[in-house]
Design a protein around this ligand. Structure first.
Ligand code: F3S
Length: 382
C-alpha cells in the first residue's frame, strides 16, 4: 500500500496511519473489523474537505464494513429543514464520494442502532465521540477516538495503529467515582457526564453507585462525558465487559452536583427551536415521543433526529406519522450541531448535555436543558 501499488488513495491512507502510529509510538498496525467515519457534514468539511474526499474516491475502496456519521441535512427531506440548494448540492457530493468508496451512508452517530455492532474485544476504528465511548464502555470493543482522515484511512486499509485504547494499560480505570445521586432519564445521565467530564478530564473512571440504566441513558452519558472531559471509556461493574480493579483515588458526585450541572445548562431564554435526538433517538424514544405528542400541536419549531433505519422501523409502526401530526419533524441523517443553522435560531431547548455544549460554542445559541417530557411541553407552548 505504501508503495502505491494498490492505488493512490490506499497509499495516502497508509501514510496517514503511519504518521499517526509514529506520533503515538505504536509498535504495529492491527486489523479492524469495522469503521465509523466522521467528518461528513459539508458545514465542517468545506470545499477543501470535499475535494480531498473526491480525490480519495477516485480509486479508494473500503476493505472493511464502514458506516458514516451524520451529515449537515436530512439527505431526502432537506428543504424541510430550510437548507439552501447550494449547501445541499455540496452535501450530496460528499455523500456520493463516500458511497463510491463503498462506505454505507448510514449518517448516524448511533451506528450500534443501525447494524454496526462490534463484539466485546473487537478492534474497530470509530470516529464520533459519543459512539466511541459507547463502543468502548458498553459494547467492550476497542477504539480510539478517530478523526475524519484517520477513520477514512482505516476504512480503506482495514487497519489502525495499535496505541491508546487498543492496549490494556490505557483501558485501566484511573479514578473511582462514587455517584450518590438518584438519576432518572437520559437528561440526568447527560448532566452526570458533564460533572464527570469536568472532574475527571480524560482519565478513565470506574463508576460506582449507578442505578440500572437503559440504553438511552447510557448513550446520553457517553455523549456528555466525552464532550466535557474527553474520556472515551468508563467502567461500570457488571456492564462494561472485562475486569477492572478499583483505583485508590476517589471522588464523590452528589445530587447537588447534578442540580448545579442542570442549572448551568439553562440560561433562561425563550426557546425557538426544540431539538431532540442527540445522540440520535432510539425506537424507544420515538415511541415515547409519539405517546407524548399524540393529539397535540407544537407551536415552536421541533426537530427530532434519528438514524434512517430507526426512522423506517418507526414509520412501519405508525410512530412517525403520529409524531408529525403534531407539526414536529422527524429528521434522519443529520444532527443539529453539524447542520448549517447558526443565526437562524436564538435559543435551543434540548435534553442533551452534549448539544448544549455545541449549541453555545458553535452556534452561539442560548440553551434550555430539560428532560424529554418537559421538552414536549415547551414544544406545545408550555
Ligand atoms: Fe450525534 Fe450530533 Fe449529538 S453527531 S451525538 S446528534 S452532536
Amino acid at each position: 500500500m505504501l508503495s502505491g501499488s494498490l492505488g493512490r488513495a490506499a497509499k495516502k491512507a497508509m501514510e496517514i496511519l503511519f504518521a499517526l502510529g509514529r506520533m503515538y509510538g505504536a509498535r504495529r498496525l492491527i486489523d479492524v473489523s469495522s469503521v465509523q467515519v466522521s467528518g461528513v457534514s459539508y458545514e465542517n468539511l468545506g470545499e477543501a474537505g470535499l475535494e480531498f474526499l473526491e480525490e480519495m474516491a477516485a480509486d479508494g475502496r473500503a476493505t472493511v464494513p464502514a458506516t458514516l456519521n451524520p451529515a449537515g441535512m436530512d439527505l431526502a427531506d432537506w428543504p424541510r429543514m430550510g437548507i439552501d440548494e447550494a449547501f445541499a448540492a455540496r452535501q450530496l457530493r460528499v455523500i456520493r464520494a463516500f458511497e463510491r468508496m463503498g462506505i454505507r451512508p448510514t449518517c448516524t452517530c448511533t451506528p450500534y442502532l443501525a447494524g454496526n455492532v462490534p463484539a466485546a474485544g473487537e478492534h474497530v476504528a470509530w470516529g464520533e465521540s459519543s459512539a466511541v465511548c459507547y463502543a468502548n464502555s458498553i459494547l467492550g470493543a476497542r477504539t480510539n477516538r478517530e478523526g475524519g482522515p484517520s477513520a477514512l484511512a482505516s476504512a480503506l486499509t482495514g487497519r489502525t495503529a495499535e496505541y491508546g485504547l487498543h492496549l490494556d494499560e490505557a483501558r485501566r480505570p484511573a479514578v473511582t467515582v462514587e455517584v450518590r445521586a438518584s438519576l432518572k432519564g437520559p437528561a440526568d445521565f447527560g448532566a452526570l457526564g458533564l460533572v464527570l467530564g469536568r472532574r475527571t478530564g480524560n482519565r478513565v473512571p470506574l463508576l460506582l453507585g449507578l442505578p440500572e440504566a437503559s440504553e438511552d441513558e447510557w448513550k446520553s452519558l457517553c455523549a456528555s462525558i466525552a464532550t466535557y472531559g474527553g474520556a472515551a471509556l468508563f467502567h461500570v461493574p457488571g456492564l462494561t465487559p472485562g475486569e477492572a480493579s478499583e483505583p485508590q483515588e476517589r471522588i464523590e458526585i452528589t445530587a447537588r452536583d447534578i442540580e448545579e450541572a442542570v442549572r448551568s445548562m439553562n440560561d433562561g431564554a425563550e426557546p425557538d427551536l426544540v431539538a431532540i435526538g442527540c445522540p440520535h433517538c432510539s425506537l424507544e424514544e420515538l415511541r415515547l415521543l409519539s405517546a407524548l405528542l399524540d393529539g397535540r400541536r407544537v407551536v415552536r419549531e421541533t426537530w427530532i433526529a434519528t438514524a434512517r433505519p430507526v426512522k423506517a422501523a418507526a414509520t412501519a409502526q405508525g410512530l412517525v406519522e403520529r409524531i408529525e401530526r403534531s407539526g414536529a419533524k422527524v429528521l434522519a441523517d443529520t444532527c443539529f450541531v453539524v447542520a448549517p443553522i447558526r443565526g437562524r435560531f436564538r435559543c435551543m431547548a434540548t435534553n442533551s448535555a452534549k448539544a448544549v455544549f455545541y449549541a453555545r460554542s458553535k452556534n452561539r445559541f442560548h440553551t434550555v436543558f430539560a428532560p424529554l417530557e418537559r421538552l414536549v411541553e415547551i414544544a406545545v407552548g408550555g
